[in-house]
Design a protein around this ligand. Structure first.
Ligand SMILES: [Zn+2]
Length: 234
């Protein structure tokens, strides 16, 4: 999630209200993810298939044989690593047979399918990763400089901050279709492959839709910071 850093400068008027609303949206999205995951991690699937087996089945069905599935530490640290062709699942989703575990595992397998198919938005997102990493590293220094050197966003500092948030906004925008598409593929495959029954899908939908909301909040937050900074330009 992108911290609304410009919030520290307490912008006046309408922006102030918008920053508060976006902040509430981000907190709400985080709360929804935690509660949806906690709830559906308690509901075992009837088929008793593990997250690892589900991810394997979804990828095999798509003809993917060169992606390794590995277990990692941490809570909700699941991701697909396109650089190393690795599907990384947290221990609870790797071994778990819950609706939440299968939803997350199938979602990550959805990214692997996107990668195999050369899904344009995933390629675009991968292209933006280096620039995003650079601006994420630069941004804290820009914020510090604006605090201690010029007491606010002006001149070159403002321009660099605008570039940073433009890159972050674009990255978060491109992330949206990538995430929505991976979840859509996951839902279809879980039913089509018989991993879950149709009446078990509401638990999966609840978990994946809550996760999607956090990406929306991250995009809105980055965009609002960008618009605020642009409004500061004379
Ligand atoms: Zn994802």
């Amino acid at each position: 999630m992108i911290t609304p850093l410009a919030f520290a400068f307490l912008p006046p008027g309408a922006f102030m209200v918008l920053f508060v609303l976006v902040f509430i949206l981000a907190i709400y999205a985080q709360f929804r993810v935690s509660s949806a995951y906690r709830k559906n991690a308690e509901i075992p699937s009837r088929g008793q298939i593990t997250g690892r087996e589900a991810a394997q089945a979804v990828m095999s069905n798509a003809g993917i044989t060169d992606v390794e599935i590995v277990e990692t530490e941490g809570h909700l640290t699941d991701h697909y690593d396109p650089m190393h062709k690795r599907l990384v699942l947290s221990a609870e989703n790797y071994h778990g047979t819950s609706l939440a575990a299968l939803g997350v595992a199938a979602h990550e397998a959805g990214h692997a399918i996107q990668h195999k198919e050369g899904y344009a938005m995933l390629n675009f997102r991968m292209l933006l990763v280096p620039a995003t990493q650079i601006v994420s590293g630069v941004l804290p220094f820009i914020i510090l400089a604006s605090w201690f050197l010029v007491r606010g966003f002006t001149g070159v500092i403002l321009d660099v901050a605008i570039i940073c948030y433009a890159v972050l906004s674009l990255f978060q925008l491109v992330t949206l279709p990538v995430e929505f598409d991976a979840s859509r593929r996951a839902k279809v495959q879980l039913v089509n492959l018989g991993i879950l029954d149709r009446d078990e899908m509401p638990g999966v939908n609840e978990t994946l839709n809550a996760a999607a909301l956090t990406y929306v909040a991250a995009f809105v937050s980055a965009l609002l910071n960008l618009l605020y900074l642009l409004s500061r330009r004379d």
